[in-house]
Design a protein around this ligand. Structure first.
Ligand code: SF4
Length: 333
């Protein structure tokens, strides 16, 4: 059986159930890289220039951890998933960059996803990918339909049950972590929305267990995946009109939505050296400043971000939120 390696980084959190379904429907076995470690970060960083963004360095570390453990490593070049909305340049060149800097990598299976080139082009790209497993176009079509349905189910599961991607993936694979988290809700101190790209929010090594810390402090945590596509799109349209970046909604749309609905505070997580996020997070910060309804804090992560620094800023922000809530309660009495 052909083994396909999938790095647990970058777009993994958006698309893993879809990719897994596609390959398994075609008879392959899927293996994923283990959670990020400092050694993986150091190994990935050693292959690229220093000012490469942190998530890409981590991605390369995950690819290195898969070398020798699979027949192929799947690395798509996701250029555009919406008409005239394009992805960050790092995603566009990801398969080529990986080949160049990790020549010892297992062969890379790639696919160009660009909906601007039309449906026919997309179908051909999917068929080219499927040909590594079968020459039967009908089988590839069946696998792609099953994969798309898995993708829709995954996002529906997250938005209708308030689950994060790791919780939804655990639930799909039959573990019970997401139910365990519900115990935090009983003594909720505050509702905190955390916005940003999934590869920053759910990689506990990069963010020093940020979401777990919020939950352990008895806060209810909201994330972009808990909103429906319609909610994200309408909030993005309200704040910036037309989106220019793929995945802008998980920053701008979620930020604007939570600033205006349902959160006591909003925290934006971005990484040093990210051009798109520096613009998007600033729009959310300005919106919070204009409306003055919900406190907003942004955190910028990099290789040298210390755990103590994260904890200090988090505790200061939560103190301020809790004081604010107590004042509001007192004013109502
Ligand atoms: S959006 Fe920013 S953090 Fe993400 S890959 Fe591009 S530069 Fe890196």
């Amino acid at each position: 059986m052909i083994r396909i390696g999938i790095p647990t980084a970058l777009l993994y959190y958006q698309y893993y159930p879809m990719w897994k379904t596609f390959f398994e429907e075609l008879g392959a076995e899927v293996v994923v890289s283990p959670p990020t470690t400092q050694d993986m970060l150091v190994a990935g960083s050693s292959r690229v220039v220093a000012d490469t963004c942190l998530p890409v360095k981590i991605f390369l570390g995950h690819v290195l951890s898969l070398v020798g453990k699979c027949d192929y490593i799947f690395i798509p070049a996701v250029r555009s998933v919406k008409s005239r909305v394009y992805n960050c340049s790092k995603f566009l060149g990801l398969p080529d960059m990986t080949r160049a800097v990790i020549p010892e990598s297992s062969p890379i299976l790639d696919i160009d996803i660009d909906v601007n080139k039309g449906k026919r082009n997309l179908h051909q790209a999917i068929y080219q990918l499927g040909r590594h497993f079968t020459w039967n176009p009908f089988k590839v079509r069946q696998a792609s339909l099953a994969a798309w349905q898995a993708h829709l189910n995954y996002h529906e599961l997250m938005s209708s049950n308030n689950l994060t991607p790791p919780q939804a993936i655990e639930r799909i694979s039959g573990t019970t972590e997401s139910e365990a988290n519900s115990s935090y809700i009983s003594s909720t101190q505050a509702t905190i929305a955390v916005i940003g790209h999934p590869y920053l929010l759910y990689d506990e090594h990069i963010n020093h267990r940020f979401i777990s810390r919020l939950k352990q402090a008895h806060n209810n945590v909201l994330t972009p995946e808990m909103l429906s596509a319609e909610e994200l799109q309408s909030a993005t349209a309200r704040l910036v009109g037309r989106a220019y970046w793929t995945y802008e909604e998980e920053v701008v749309g979620a930020g604007d939505h939570y600033i205006q609905n349902g959160a006591d505070g909003v925290i934006g997580i971005m990484t040093f050296g990210c051009g798109p996020d520096s613009l998007m997070m600033d729009m959310v910060r300005r919106q919070a400043g204009r409306l003055k309804t919900t406190p907003f804090m942004s955190l910028t992560l990099e290789e040298h971000t210390s755990e103590a620094g994260i904890i200090t800023r988090l505790e200061a922000f939560l103190d301020m939120i809790h004081r604010r809530k107590r004042r509001q309660v007192t004013a109502c009495v």
